[in-house]
Design a protein around this ligand. Structure first.
Ligand code: NAP
Length: 311
């Protein structure tokens, strides 16, 4: 199976490159090698490459910048995925396109399923939803994978920022009224490998007939707030013998975020609205593959013991 990964320099794309190289024939393009905002360049470069599966992990992911640079957000997150899907159709290849929990408005209080109505409340969410629609309109054999709160060793995320702050300060806090599920890039790679194996098992000599297509949610199991996530990370650090100044994480309200960011370290305030609740149900993935993703606490512990103990 020949795989091309776009966004190979990003948090998820770099993890997929590393995890898939031993298993598949993989080629990656990072931002410098391929700019998704140049649709003609995309047609030329991706069109000239041979593959069975194209994985798009590239995106304009700065949620606040998307609010300001709306046109750019739609070109990269919506138009480009549509072009990629068309290129895949021409090659009889499949596209796996990554999307986000931010397509939902966050009003629900139970995990979002693939059948739930999307209703984004930010330009980022709107552009990503338009990207999903463009991909699936081009062909129903393609797969849109929604993920949330992604963490891993290839690019710092919330959990790394919290650990760094806890190493510097005695008092740290995090939002206690926003819910989702931290999801490890290593686990996303494993889940995706399950999909690829299903595709190749079901279509010997080709990749035409897999069951896994349309929209699928990939998430570790469980849910938490940012405060609970950060507290668990500190607890794991303590158990792993990693020295920290802070031991507990204080609670911060989402509504306080703008004021506090303005008043702390010159950080820009949030521009975009964020969904309060964006837990993704992994029930469909579990049913289709027969494998349940592990709990987020186990995944975070694994990440910290594997990557922080060495530092
Ligand atoms: N991180 C999360 O918590 C999260 C949550 C939900 C969904 N997702 C989705 O998961 C996917 C992977 O995200 P991630 O966490 O790996 O984010 P990331 O670390 O920001 O990676 C995105 C990659 O896309 C590249 N990129 C940006 N603009 C581009 C352009 N015009 N052309 C080509 N490449 C471009 C970035 O390169 P530069 O950095 O050089 O610009 C970066 O390498 C995205 O689809 C994202 O929407 C992520």
């Amino acid at each position: 199976m020949k795989i091309v990964i776009l966004g190979a320099g990003g948090r998820l794309g770099a993890a997929l490159m590393r995890e898939f190289r031993p298993k598949y024939d993989v080629v990656g393009f990072d931002h410098a090698q391929l700019d998704l905002s140049n649709l003609e360049g995309l047609r030329e470069k991706v069109g000239a490459t041979t593959f069975d599966v194209l994985i798009n992990a590239a995106a304009f992911t700065n949620v606040d910048a998307c609010e300001i640079e709306r046109d750019r957000a739609f070109r990269i997150n919506a138009e480009a995925p549509g072009v990629l899907a068309e290129i895949c159709n021409e090659k009889d290849a499949k596209l796996i396109h990554f999307s986000t929990d931010y397509v939902f408005d966050g009003e629900k209080r139970a995990p979002y399923t693939e059948e739930d109505q999307a209703n984004p409340i930010s330009a980022y969410g709107e552009s990503k939803l338009a990207g999903e629609k463009n991909v699936l309109a081009a062909g129903d054999r393609h797969l849109v994978v929604r993920v949330s709160w992604v963490f891993g060793p290839d690019r710092p995320s919330f959990v790394d920022a919290m650990i760094k702050r806890a190493q510097q300060d005695e008092k740290i806090d995090a939002i206690s009224d926003k819910f989702s599920t931290p999801t490890y890039t290593h686990d996303i790679a494993e889940m995706l490998a399950g999909v690829l194996d299903d595709w190749s098992r079901r279509a010997p000599g080709g990749l035409g007939a897999g069951r896994l297509h349309g929209i699928l949610h990939f998430a570790n199991t469980g849910k938490c707030t940012w405060q609970e996530y950060a507290q668990w990370a500190l607890d794991c650090c303590r158990d792993a013998g990693i020295p920290l100044k802070a031991r507990t994480v204080g609670a911060l309200k989402l509504s306080e975020m703008t004021r506090l960011r303005q008043g702390s370290g010159g950080q820009a305030p949030w521009v975009a609205r964020r969904p309060v609740y964006s837990v993704l149900s992994n029930a469909k993935y579990t049913e289709l593959t027969g494998t349940a993703p592990r709990a987020w606490r186990e995944a975070v512990n694994d990440y910290i013991t594997r990557f922080y103990s060495k530092k």
